[in-house]
Ligand binder design. Structure first.
Ligand code: FDA
Length: 395
């Protein structure tokens, strides 16, 4: 029987952060993962450069049944604290857009930084190791591990940092939700989020010709609205604006797409008509939109003939269609490509300062497994760092 103060399940962003802080306070900490390397999602994130935080992070960038829950951890370990850690390790970074901070070189720099901090704090890491059983015993937990790090362990604290269900091929398992259930905690409905949306054959037939076309758009669903790029693909719609709205979209609801959201499209169309009324409407639209998109919209809506023949009323109608196009997704690409899982361990059963379960002393949930889901743009990692820190410093 081995003894540790704390066992952390999952050597991802949240688990490593928690292990570092729990061990630097003097505790004996073991972190286990069934993968063969730690931080696999960090490695592939941000196109290999890891969008590790967002300088504008606040609780309003997150979805949760309790929108206030994330405030405590995000407010006590902020994006600025993480940037300070990145700078302490001499990792060069840059802001790409909208406050999103990326490594200049490689996401592997962030993993190396966390590994370095774990080594300094003397955390023990066991890879290719599975959790076989977890039971409550007097003063803590009895843990049975299998695989390379097989052992029978007693610990006082057990931290679940096993992430969500997205990208099962990379080791996502859903085990965290089972552990929550085992200890009587509620798990809210989970669904793929930050994921491309799919469409029925009727809509898709037109989209296929535009695969690869990107355009600036304002995409809305209900009250949620995002102004970012939209990308047509062979399977439907993707790009940051669509990934963002996918977290808010529900079955049988349309999404509204406004191309050129900040432009006066009617004025632009009138000006082109004035300059050269002999050009077709599709060509005129091609001055302000990607040409393939202009041709598709003109064709789909029957906007034929030269722009000189179009009345102000018709141009206004074209402008309002371009800026208010309703399309009905039929689904999403699912966990296979989703960046995150929406929903998770219900925050009503957790202490927002410490991330400890209110009904089970010593059991903690951090990171993506919790019902706190960030927008696209570095927010999900910031939640992993902040919630990991909150638990690690409370242990
Ligand atoms: P995470 O999933 O990172 O770690 C969980 C760990 O637990 C894994 O190492 C896993 O192997 C382990 N585990 C799971 N089940 C287990 C079991 N049964 N037994 C043992 N171990 C188990 N976010 C962001 O802010 N900026 C970005 O640039 C990106 N980019 C990005 C790209 C892609 C392709 C994806 C899929 C996701 C992103 N994200 C992102 C989201 C981000 O990766 C995610 O929110 C965090 O990794 C969540 O951190 P966690 O530590 O909670 O889980």
């Amino acid at each position: 029987m081995e003894r540790f103060d704390t066992v952390v399940l999952g050597a991802g962003a949240a688990g490593m952060m928690c292990a570092i802080h729990a061990a630097s306070r003097g505790g004996r900490v073991l972190i286990v993962d069934h993968a063969k390397a730690p931080g696999e999602k960090i490695r592939i994130s941000g196109g290999g450069r890891c969008n590790f935080t967002n300088i504008g992070t606040s609780a309003r960038n997150f979805l949760s049944n309790n929108p206030h829950f994330a405030k405590s951890a995000l407010g006590r370990y902020t994006q600025h604290d993480f940037v300070a850690l990145v700078e302490k390790h001499g990792i060069a970074y840059h802001e790409k857009t909208l406050g999103q901070l990326f490594c200049d070189e490689s996401a592997k720099d962030i993993i190396a930084m966390l590994m370095d901090e774990m080594a300094r704090a003397a955390c023990e890491l066991r890879l290719k190791t599975t959790l076989q059983s977890l039971e409550r015993v007097e003063g803590g937990f009895a843990v049975t591990l299998g695989g390379d790090g097989a052992a029978k362990i007693r610990c006082r604290q057990f931290v679940v940092a096993s992430g969500g269900k997205s990208i099962p091929k990379m080791g996502a398992s859903g085990l965290g939700y089972q552990i929550a259930g085992q200890f009587g905690l509620t798990v809210t409905e989970t669904r793929p989020a930050l994921v491309p949306l799919t469409f029925g054959e009727d809509v898709l037939a037109g989209f296929r010709d535009m695969a690869g076309v990107a355009a600036a758009a304002r995409v809305s669903c209900g009250k949620a609205t995002f102004d970012e790029a939209l990308l047509f693909t062979h399977r439907g719609l993707s790009g940051p604006a669509i990934l963002q709205i996918s977290s808010y979209w529900r079955e049988k609801a349309p999404i509204r797409i406004a191309f050129l959201p900040t432009q006066d499209v009617f004025a632009a169309l009138r000006a082109s008509r004035q300059d050269n009324g002999r050009r077709s409407i599709a060509n005129t639209l091609g001055d302000i939109l990607p040409k393939r998109l202009a041709a598709y919209l003109a064709d789909a809506h029957g906007w034929a003939g030269p722009s000189g023949d179009a009345s102000d009323k018709k141009l206004a109608a074209i402008a309002s269609t371009i800026q208010g196009w309703d399309v009905m997704p039929i689904g999403s690409e699912g966990y296979r490509t989703a960046e995150v899982t929406l929903g998770g361990v219900d925050t009503s059963g957790l202490n927002s300062r410490t991330m400890e379960a209110s009904t089970v002393d010593g059991l903690y949930f951090i990171g993506e497994v919790v019902d706190v889901t960030g927008w696209l743009g570095g927010y999900n990692f910031q939640w992993a760092w902040s919630s990991g820190w909150a638990a690690g410093t409370a242990i």
